[in-house]
Ligand binder design. Structure first.
Ligand SMILES: [Zn+2]
Length: 386
């Protein structure tokens, strides 16, 4: 490697450590990077000059002697824009190095957003966020989470059934309209959610993890041996359309009895005898009522819990993950009916994989996909901070 390439590699490595783990001392960085103290000192100096890190005295360190400085993400450094496209609303957020969400906007879309409408919405929201964020830093990348299949190399959405989108070049459309040269990265919501939880959430210490997300639809983000599994066309994890019962309800994909027709939010509302169409507030009310002891609501959730356990068992038999994280409404189902979910997992899993798996809710609550969108938006900067 040429000296310049080595420097780029080391700057990338050092900034990635600070981005993922927060403030670190020079001694910790020296140990982690297996470099000399003077080399680390020079790298920190370079990153500070670029406005990416700063050396600060940590709060509450009133010990005797000289306080030890830590290398932290620069408070006024560049920020990423994370966009989470859900069917009923779109969230646009500013996320700093270190992964902190510093500003956000949630825009209701009433269930219908067209691709060009989404582009306009993001451009407008970014302008407002730019004046709302405390730091005057530049935008280093835009990450977009969509509930659909995505070619991550081009940002082309294959199909996003619940949005009614097919063959949408969303990455190109955004790059053409955004008032910045920053790169745009588009990803599937479950893929980005599992990425966020693996990088800095509930699955940090775990290299075999599945994130099962339940919104209007149901999908899975998969990491095996520490590597994201997307498949040839980005369809891996589209388990919402695995058929549980061919004589079940008609799915919008044309088949009968898909998992989504039992575990999607519309299905949960129907199970509880609530009126469709599904809205965010109706879903929130269903879970609030179940928590308050409403018998019909709780009964519906317990029925869904059995189906959820069977779905998880199928995942365990196929992928044998160490952990399954349940996000969106499926996280609520787990919280309200964990024994029912676990019992079905044990009953339907081959061998002893069932009792061994850990079922968890996401560290980022409803924000996993949004945080994941921020993570991929930092990719270019982290790869070459110069
Ligand atoms: Zn289907």
């Amino acid at each position: 490697m040429r000296p310049d390439d080595i420097r780029q590699h080391n700057l990338s490595l050092l900034l990635s450590h600070v981005h993922r783990d927060g403030a670190l001392t020079r001694a910790e960085l020296t140990q982690r990077l297996s470099l000399s103290r003077s080399t680390v000192g020079a790298l920190v100096g370079d990153l500070a000059q670029l406005g990416l890190v700063e050396e600060v005295v940590p709060n509450g360190g009133a010990r005797v002697g000289r306080p030890s400085h830590v290398v932290a993400p620069h408070a006024c450094g560049p920020y990423a824009v994370g966009v989470d496209v859900d069917v009923a609303h779109v969230t646009v957020a500013a996320i700093t190095l270190g992964g902190t969400i510093t500003a956000r906007e949630v825009i209701a879309t009433d269930g219908v957003v067209k691709p060009d409408g989404l582009v306009r919405l993001v451009v407008d929201a970014m302008r407002r966020l730019g004046s709302a964020v405390a730091s005057p830093g530049r935008v280093c990348g835009i990450g977009v989470s969509v509930p659909g299949t995505v070619d991550v190399s081009t940002g082309l959405i294959g199909v996003a059934p619940n949005l009614g989108w097919e063959g949408v070049p969303l990455g190109e459309m955004l790059e053409a309209e955004l008032p910045t040269q920053a790169p745009v990265v588009v990803g599937n919501d479950a893929d980005l959610a599992v990425l966020a939880e693996h990088e800095r959430g509930s699955a940090r210490d775990c290299d075999d993890v599945v994130f099962l997300i339940g919104r209007i639809g149901v999908g899975a983000g998969i990491i095996i041996n520490g590597v994201p599994v997307r498949g040839r066309d980005g369809h891996a994890g589209e388990i919402g359309h695995n058929v549980l019962d061919p004589s079940g309800p008609l799915c919008h994909c044309g088949k009968h009895g898909c998992i989504e027709t039992f575990l999607g939010e519309g299905a949960l509302l129907e199970l509880a005898g609530r009126r469709l169409p599904r809205t965010d507030s109706k879903v929130a009310a269903l879970f609030a009522d179940a928590r308050a002891g409403d018998v019909a609501a709780l009964g519906a959730i317990r029925a869904a819990a059995e189906t959820l356990g069977r779905t998880i068992a199928n995942l365990l038999n196929t992928l044998n993950p160490e952990r399954v994280i349940l996000g969106g409404s499926l996280g609520d189902v787990l919280e309200l009916a964990r024994p029912d979910v676990e019992e079905a997992v044990v009953r339907y899993t081959f061998g002893d994989a069932g009792p061994g798996v850990v079922l968890e809710t996401p560290a980022f609550g409803p924000d996993s996909a949004l945080v994941g969108a921020g993570e991929v938006a930092f990719t270019a900067l982290l790869a070459d901070p110069r």
